[in-house]
Ligand binder design. Structure first.
Ligand code: G1P
Ligand code: ZN
Length: 542
């Protein structure tokens, strides 16, 4: 039944920040999926008879690609594949299933927070045996392989039933359809004080969780409503849909505006949260306060010992370079190491594996710990709930106390989306070429003290990743970072990250955009954003 099919390479199968992401019609080109999947298998060694984990966020094209992956895995010699029922596995749950079962690796199908549907986004990502995204060494090998591929292997068989739990045979390989939620829920129960959380909800604590018609729905319903006793209706938009109900499953203030408005109202619930398409991002909103992901990371790190799974404290904190320095202040106070890594979760894996850090986070609403090797939206929400249950204070007060203790890192990100690719590259190239001459000069009243093109030297394996963002520091400690997105699927997305640390107690309650007005102006003057992109304002402000 094994069949070898000849094929010709595609030239655009370079994995980005988080796997290969393209529009669905792009993936539907002849052999496009097969080429990439074969390139993954060709780049790996020693998986004969081993276990592979496969699942996705349920978006359009998920089921079709899972069938292809299964048939190709069988033809390539995997012994067993674990698939989430209905083809569903959130990204953090997939990471856990890989780890728990000692799998060789996993293939996760998702385009995260990007829209789904016949004309929208899709993605394929390979994770290694530690449960985390493949490091650059492997993604580079996969990319190289896509450029030379001449054939792929597949078994000829009927499509498998993915909808009922149980074992099936595909060629010589076993396919096990597993409950996608059970293992993950058990893991959460081992980390957090479910008794305290049940008491919290029993005491009338009100929460709104927006699953955005994406993969977290079944996980949140099982954990929050079934196991913790939160009232029915706590989880909204809880049924995963292939097109996410026509919305962007991106838990930010633009796409989760309804939740934000509700949380700012007089009669708001005590706590609001949302997760993205594949369940790895989180949005946290207390009554009357949006908590930036950078602040959330710092707050979680400072309070994580309240959760039983972390009662022994933490070894270190890692954050992506553009994430604010709020966590640095917590690390300094705790006397633990702080690592600054390039954007993307794959850089945290080595630090977690080596035990150098316990908690990690990114400004893009990703937070996680050593319990898996992906960021984990629901984990962050449950940790927040655990902290609220123990400290018995509103989220807003906890945040304000944190700022008084550590200072407040005012922080915002301005995104310019679908910018002409050449214009975006020119902007970056031009600024990069001027970096050396910037220190000592002034712009919009701010004196530049540092300017560089961020390169990361991995302290665990010694690998070097260059060109990870242009960062410019000012004498008052404020900073701007420029980088181009590695996950976009149309044109280029320019991300401008802006930050300022303020410690005077009287200046902790300012409006973020006002607190950063001069840094924002400096960013435009330095890079010529308006003139080069033709945009007068960012498309997204987070
Ligand atoms: C974006 C975020 C990054 C995150 C990634 C995957 O990547 O900025 O922090 O890890 O999505 O969720 P970017 O589009 O900036 O390359
Ligand atoms: Zn995601």
């Amino acid at each position: 039944m094994n069949k070898t099919v000849s094929t010709t390479p595609y030239t655009d199968q370079k994995p980005g920040t988080s796997g290969l992401r393209k529009k669905v019609p792009h993936f539907q080109q002849p052999n496009y999926v097969e080429n990439f999947v074969q390139a993954i298998f060709d780049s790996l060694e020693g998986f004969e008879g081993e276990t592979l984990v496969v699942g996705g966020d349920g978006r359009y094209y998920n089921r079709e690609v899972i069938q292809t992956v299964l048939k190709m895995a069988a033809a390539s010699g995997f012994g067993r594949v674990l698939v989430g029922q209905g083809g569903i596995l959130s990204t953090p749950a997939a990471s856990h299933v890989i780890r728990k079962n000692g799998a060789f690796g996993g293939i996760i199908l998702s385009a995260s927070h990007n829209p789904g549907g016949p004309k929208e986004d899709f993605g394929i990502k390979y994770n290694i045996g530690n449960g985390g995204p493949a490091p650059e060494k492997i993604t580079d090998t996969i990319h190289a392989r896509t450029r030379t591929i001449t054939e792929y292997h597949i078994v000829e068989a009927d499509d498998l039933n993915l909808d009922t739990v149980g074992s099936r045979q595909l060629g010589d390989m076993t396919v096990e359809i597993i409950d996608p939620v059970a293992d993950y829920a058990e893991l959460m129960e081992s980390l957090f004080d479910f008794t305290a959380l049940r008491a919290l909800f029993a005491g009338g604590f009100r929460m709104a969780f927006d699953a955005m018609h994406a993969v977290t729905g079944p996980y949140a319903t099982e954990i929050l409503e079934n196991r913790l006793g939160a009232p029915k209706g706590t989880v909204r938009n809880g049924t995963p849909l292939p097109d996410f109900g026509g919305h962007h499953p991106d838990p930010n203030l633009v796409h989760a505006k309804a939740l934000y408005d509700e949380m700012m109202a007089e009669d708001a619930p005590d706590f609001g949260a949302a997760s993205d398409g594949d369940g790895d991002r989180n949005l946290i909103i207390g009554r009357g306060i949006f908590i930036t992901p950078s602040d959330s990371l710092a707050l979680l790190a400072a309070n994580i010992h309240h959760a039983p799974g972390y009662s022994g404290g933490i070894s270190g904190i890692a954050r992506s370079m553009p994430t604010s320095g709020a966590a640095d202040r917590v690390a300094a106070a705790l006397g633990i190491e702080l690592f600054e890594t390039p954007t993307g979760w794959k850089f945290f894996g080595n630090l977690l594996d080596a035990g150098r850090v316990t908690i990690c986070g990114e400004e893009s609403a990703g937070t996680g710990s050593n319990h898996v090797r992906e960021k984990d939206g629901l984990w962050a929400v449950l940790l927040w709930l655990n902290i609220l249950a123990v400290r018995k204070l509103p989220a807003k007060e906890i945040v304000e106390q944190h700022w008084i203790t550590y200072g407040r890192n005012y922080y915002t990100r301005h995104d310019y989306e679908a910018v002409d690719t050449a214009a975006a590259n020119d902007l970056m190239d031009d600024l990069r070429s001027r970096l050396g001459g910037l220190p000592g000069t002034s712009v919009e009243g701010l004196t530049i003290t540092s300017a560089d093109d961020f390169a990361y030297h991995d302290p665990v394996d010694g690998s070097v990743s260059e060109h990870q963002g242009l960062r410019i520091g000012f004498s008052d400690g404020s900073r701007v970072v420029f980088r181009l997105s590695g996950t976009g699927t149309s044109g280029a997305t320019l991300r401008v990250y802006l930050e300022r640390l303020v410690t005077q107690p009287s200046r902790l309650g300012l409006d973020t955009q006002q607190a950063l007005a001069d840094v924002i102006a400096a960013a435009d003057t330095l890079a010529g954003i308006r003139s080069r992109t033709g945009r007068v304002a960012p498309d997204v402000v987070t």
